[in-house]
Design a protein around this ligand. Structure first.
Ligand code: ADP
Ligand code: ASP
Ligand code: MG
Length: 407
């Protein structure tokens, strides 16, 4: 008997018909003799609607109360899915994250899972029940409700699969698998049969929403067999695997874009040890992720520093940087949020010189200005204006011939 963890995203449980269809899929998998743990997201746009409701009441709500609110979305969908299974006579029980012992740190709205107590789930599985668990949520050791960051239900599923030593973790979503880029922007994007954990981690971190970055990290760490597939069509999806032979001279495997990018500039700071550390320590203490950092060439012992943070954190980051800016004597602090990051990813890049140059060339040919650049062994990212993202992704997809990847 295999233990399978399945996760269904928001659009997969978007209406009554879809919830019934998911129940049928669960019932079919179970009747093939499998034990099942099922993680569900909030119904379709629920989380967005709750955020918008909160902001109408208080533009800067505390993150604790935000978690209290957002965790309700998944509580609705677990109960509805359990009812749909009851209706077709499948023994089932649903639990919230806190109820089932998903313990996180105390960083509200972007908590990380620290530990999962599996006894409760194992007890119900032993009673032959399908166990449904609310995605995206947990609790601290002090019983405070937390959420894992947008898209975090994937992470709940993979963390449960790891803790329960499941045989397979299937992520059911509204596309047929992982594509060379977002198929909504490039309709001729190719579906990948397999992608390595490292490539998937880069794509997810760089903005490909299809998997939450932390879920890929955990899958890699705990060797979880992970697959992304469609809720709507019964086709084999994409397997996320350890190693992949680099076939057909595949240098670039995928493209990602991220619109959640803002830039902060700090001007005329003294060129002396400790300045960068002051700025970035302050942001780290506030749990703000700094991404790209550029320090201009020093002139007359004076530097400019620019860096990017998630747009969601811009207000908080500016407050901190303005404080520190006064302390270190910066002449001006600027910010911009009409930006986006486009990235190319591929494990084969490491041994192929000229890939970054080709990316810059394609962007230049399309008159797209690059504001910042960063590279690693398997990716190159550029910050551009957000209104040029679609043009950039289309041009890069064509330029790197990604539509030919599986042919
Ligand atoms: P769910 O609600 O099922 O978790 P998400 O909206 O979080 O679904 O993720 C699926 C979406 O990710 C797709 O609808 C697609 O628009 C987007 N996406 C972005 N990049 C990719 C990619 N490389 N491959 C597949 N989907 C992608
Ligand atoms: N409901 C949450 C969100 O919309 C978590 C998830 O869907 O994975 O971000
Ligand atoms: Mg998602």
């Amino acid at each position: 008997m295999a233990l399978i963890v399945q996760k269904y995203g928001g659009s997969s449980v978007g209406n009554v018909e879809r919830i019934k269809r998911v129940a049928k899929n669960i019932s079919n998998t179970r009747s093939q003799g499998n034990q099942m743990v099922v993680v569900v997201s909030a119904v379709a746009d629920t989380t967005d609607e709750l955020i918008s409701l909160a902001k109408q009441i208080n533009p800067k709500p505390s993150s604790r109360e935000m978690d209290m609110l957002l965790a309700t979305g998944e509580q609705v969908s677990i109960a509805l899915l359990a009812m749909a299974l009851e209706a077709i006579n499948v023994p089932v029980i649903s639990f919230t994250g806190p109820q089932v012992g998903i313990i996180t740190d105390n960083v509200h709205t972007k908590a990380r899972i620290k530990q999962i107590n599996t006894e409760k789930i194992e007890g119900e599985l032993a009673k032959d029940k399908v166990v449904i668990v609310a995605g995206f949520q947990g609790k601290t050791i002090d019983d405070e409700i937390t959420t894992l960051g947008r898209g975090g239900s994937d992470t709940t599923a993979v963390a449960l699969a790891a803790a329960l030593k499941a045989d397979l973790c299937e992520i059911y979503t509204d596309v047929e698998g992982v594509f060379t880029t977002d198929p909504r922007i490039v309709p001729k994007a190719s579906k990948l049969d397999r992608i390595t954990y490292d490539e998937m981690l880069e794509l997810a971190t760089l903005g490909a929403k299809v998997l939450h970055p932390r879920s890929v990290e955990l899958a890699k760490l705990y060797d979880v067999k992970l697959c992304v597939r469609s809720s709507f069509v019964n086709k084999e999806g994409t397997f996320v695997v350890k190693n992949q032979l680099i076939e057909k001279d595949l240098v670039v495997t995928g493209l990602a874009y991220d619109l959640n990018v803002a830039k902060i500039g700090v001007f005329d700071v003294p060129d002396e040890p400790g300045i960068a550390s002051k700025i970035f320590d302050g942001l780290a203490v506030a749990n703000i992720n700094v991404d790209m950092i550029v320090q201009s060439a020093m002139r007359n012992n004076i530097n400019d520093i620019a860096f990017t943070v998630p747009k969601d954190d811009l207000d908080k980051a500016l407050q901190i940087v303005e404080e520190i800016g006064k302390e270190i004597g910066a002449s001006e602090i600027t910010h911009a949020d009409d930006l986006a990051k486009v990235s190319i990813v591929g494990a084969g890049m490491i041994s192929s010189p000229g890939v970054a140059a080709k990316m810059f060339h394609i962007l230049a040919e399309n008159n797209i200005n690059i504001e910042m650049i960063s590279t690693s062994e398997i990716k190159v990212s550029c910050i551009i204006k957000s209104n040029e993202v679609e043009k950039a992704i289309q041009a890069l997809h064509d330029g790197f011939e990604l539509d030919k990847i599986n042919s």
